[in-house]
Write a protein that binds this ligand. Structure first.
Ligand SMILES: C[S@@+](CC[C@H](N)C(=O)[O-])C[C@H]1O[C@@H](n2cnc3c(N)ncnc32)[C@H](O)[C@@H]1O
Length: 366
């Protein structure tokens, strides 16, 4: 096991223990302990250096399986509407079939699609429902279509300026002479949406709730290096984002999780939910959430909305399922307890996932 594997596994344990002691999360911690064990087992087996081929399928990376999936068809239709013929993307149809995977067998053997993992034991199933070159090819076509679409929306120039870090071993999808990624395309679409309504030049401090491995924090810091970025999340994800961003930006850029987070310090910070009361009032200018408040209990969402009001950002960006996926147990973005004084300045259906909405609020502070 490499040194970084040991460090991530140790951080997961430390954070789980601290999270367990916290009374701020009433939902019970068994689920997170189970998830921590599952991700630890995968990291032990495949290595943290390959997390973009394994645990990342449980964050925002969609494990597209076939070309007939709605996301693929939607992207083709969006590109055609923009008169942007996705020729380069569709050229992939002729590459990497099951009979023609020479040179990438090692990549294909590394990939752990989330539906190939037993969620109780964390062990891979022996047989994959749809595996090998055909599945990788469908994924690659989807990625290139998404990339081409994200380019049409990229007024900030994120996709030209920012590379996908090699650390984490992104799936090797080449396009226009570089390795592209689903995560960078999605993050670019999100950041461009924010910049279309929010004066980014005025933003000094950002809080992201539930950041996965930190894909959006990575792009934010690359595009706006002076912004102070804080992540509040639970383990195992918090240990993954902390170690990933530390590897990518260097140890001096990161203040790792600690009992007393160093506010008023420009390093990236990593907080557990039990520490939310330590955040100074009015500290953040922008709070973000992508696909995680819609996975929490209504009580947890209420607690985060109290936090949002207290730490007093000027702006709030949300993306996730519009209506609850588990009525009574979860809330959708359209159902959150918004305050009457918050001004909704953007609302729209997500370009990629029809059931997702994006919202931007102005919360009062100039
Ligand atoms: C589906 S992932 C989305 C990750 C990331 N926003 C992205 O789009 O890549 C859900 C995230 O919510 C986090 N999460 C779940 N419960 C949470 C809680 N109570 N507080 C903060 N984050 C939480 C998970 O750990 C994970 O990082």
């Amino acid at each position: 096991m490499s040194a970084i594997d040991q460090k991530v596994l140790q951080d997961i344990q430390t954070m789980l223990a601290a999270h367990d002691r916290s009374s701020a999360v009433p939902e019970g911690n068994r689920f997170w302990i189970g998830l921590g064990e599952k991700h630890s087992a995968i990291i032990r087996k495949y290595g943290f250096e390959k997390f973009k081929r394994t645990v990342n399928f449980e964050y925002s990376q969609w494990g597209v399986t076939t070309l007939s999936e709605p996301k693929v068809l939607r992207l083709i239709s969006l590109l055609l509407q923009k008169k942007n013929l996705p020729v380069e993307s569709l050229a992939w149809v002729f590459s990497y079939t099951d009979e023609n995977v020479k040179g990438i067998e090692n990549v294909i053997n590394d990939i752990v699609w989330s539906d190939e993992i037993d969620s109780i034991t964390g062990k891979p199933f022996n047989t994959s429902p749809i595996g090998g070159g055909a599945r990788f090819r469908a994924y690659a076509i989807y990625c290139t279509l998404l990339w081409q679409y994200a380019q049409t929306e990229d007024n900030l120039g994120c996709l030209e300026k920012v590379p996908e870090p090699a650390f984490g071993s992104p799936l090797p999808v080449p396009f226009e002479g570089r390795i592209i990624s689903q995560d960078l395309a999605l993050s670019s679409m999100e950041l461009n949406r924010m910049a279309s309504r929010i004066p980014m030049g005025k933003i000094r401090r950002v809080l992201e709730i539930g950041a996965g491995y930190g894909r959006l924090g990575y792009l934010f810091r690359q595009m706006f290096p002076d912004i102070e970025y804080t992540i509040i999340d639970i383990p195992p994800a918090l240990a993954v984002s902390q170690n990933y961003l530390e590897t990518v930006f260097g140890p001096e850029a990161v203040a790792p999780y600690s009992e007393n987070p160093p506010f008023h310090d420009s390093r990236m910070k990593f907080l557990l939910p039990g520490q939310m009361n330590k955040i100074p009032e009015g500290y953040f200018d922008l709070i973000l959430n992508v696909s995680s408040l819609d996975e929490m209990s209504p009580d947890q969402v209420k607690e985060y909305f109290n936090l949002i009001e207290r730490v007093g950002p000027a702006w709030l960006y949300l993306k996730g399922y519009g209506v609850s996926q588990k009525p009574g147990f979860r809330l959708g973005v359209n159902e959150f307890p918004y305050r009457p004084a918050w001004q909704e300045i953007y609302k729209g259906q997500d370009d990629l996932v029809g059931a997702f909405v994006e919202k931007i609020f102005r919360l009062g502070r100039p």
